[in-house]
Design a protein around this ligand. Structure first.
Ligand code: PHE
Length: 337
């Protein structure tokens, strides 16, 4: 038996696996239930008592040597195939961590409603000139919105600013001169405001513009009413209050019945039962003229709403800053939205 063990020992020591399969074959040959080592342990039962201690030691040594060889050679295959085996390509996509930001979710939902009405998405630059943000929209030179306190200036004379509203996209689209116009323009806007639960220096708006023959205030009301029923649910009431914007005449602000208390009165609606969600109006004929559109032939309406505002109402979020802090505890709540 001693010779046998020696022989096997020299055999295994010179073994070199050239593949994972060969190594596995080696393991089966020596260490499996029907392998060489098991056979030797069976033979061991017949070993004379005085030889037992020595044989037992040799046999265990052989077994450990074989295991060491396997472990050692196993490593070379592991490093070689790393990246192949560690990457689980069958992992389903929905098990990944990413999800859309709530503002993107809300923007897409609003876009979809207006797209179904035939509106198409338009875009304009965030860094804009004074003309598109103010002048073309009838803001007088001394209008407070141009003041340094509200507007971030990139350069002074020529005035280049970060747009303070998406209404600049109205001008961009009208300039292209293609009629009729039916666009929505979602985007980021900037105002020099102190950051609080209700205000931020960056926020998002969705602008709407519809210009065609015979567009009336009734069309504006019906379009926005439809939007509110779709987005906040049937039965949500709307009301229009007279307002003022330099680029619309007639101008209005639209409120919806508070979807949090159902109009009963709560903190969100300041116990009025109503919350304001957007500004709107009939395009001022002067704006159309400035963009070479004949106001005798064409009329239009425009509206602009804050996406954060809509999202806060929809999801009952009471601090605007949540949208910008990237707190995972907040964002994870929208994983399935
Ligand atoms: N631009 C206006 C704002 O930022 C909203 C608005 C858009 C009003 C279009 C009327 C028409 O407050």
């Amino acid at each position: 038996m001693k010779e046998k063990i020696e022989k096997i020992l020299s055999e295994v020591k010179s073994f070199h696996a050239d593949s994972k399969e060969a190594l596995e074959q080696f393991r089966i040959q020596y260490l499996s239930k029907k392998g060489t080592i098991t056979e030797l342990f069976t033979e061991f039962k017949q070993v004379a008592p005085e030889m037992r201690k020595e044989m037992g030691m040799r046999l265990n040594e052989l077994k450990n040597t074989i295991q060491d060889i396997i472990d050692e050679q196993q490593k070379q295959f592991e490093t070689k195939s790393e990246g192949k085996t560690d990457l689980d390509l069958s992992l389903p996509v929905d098990a990944m961590n990413g999800s859309r930001h709530p503002l993107s979710i809300v923007r897409n939902e609003i876009n979809d409603i207006f797209k179904r009405l035939g509106f198409v998405v338009a875009e304009g630059p965030e860094v804009e000139d004074d003309f598109h943000v103010f002048s073309a929209l009838n803001f007088p030179p001394d209008h407070p919105a141009r003041d340094m306190q509200d507007t971030f200036f990139v350069t002074k004379s020529p005035d280049v600013v970060l747009r303070t509203h998406t209404s600049s996209v109205q001008v961009r689209v009208m300039e292209q001169g293609k009629l009729p116009i039916r666009i929505i323009a979602p985007g980021r806007v900037f105002r020099n405001e102190a950051i609080s639960a209700r205000a931020h220096c960056i926020f998002h708006q969705i602008e709407g513009l519809y210009i065609d023959k015979n567009v009336s205030f009734a069309d504006l009301k019906q379009t926005l009413y439809h939007f509110v029923q779709e987005y906040f649910g049937e039965g949500t009431k709307v009301r229009f209050r007279p307002s003022y914007f330099p680029f619309t005449e007639t101008s209005a602000e639209m409120d919806i019945s508070c979807n949090i208390c159902g109009g009963e009165g709560c903190n969100i609606c300041k116990h009025t039962g109503w919350v304001e969600i957007l500004g709107c109006g009939i395009c001022d004929p002067n704006i159309l003229k400035a963009c070479n559109i004949d106001p005798e032939e064409y009329t239009g309406f425009a509206f602009g709403m804050g996406i954060e505002r809509i999202a806060m109402l929809k999801y009952q979020i009471n601090d605007l800053r949540m949208f910008f802090e990237n707190d995972l505890r907040f964002l994870k709540q929208f994983e399935n939205a």
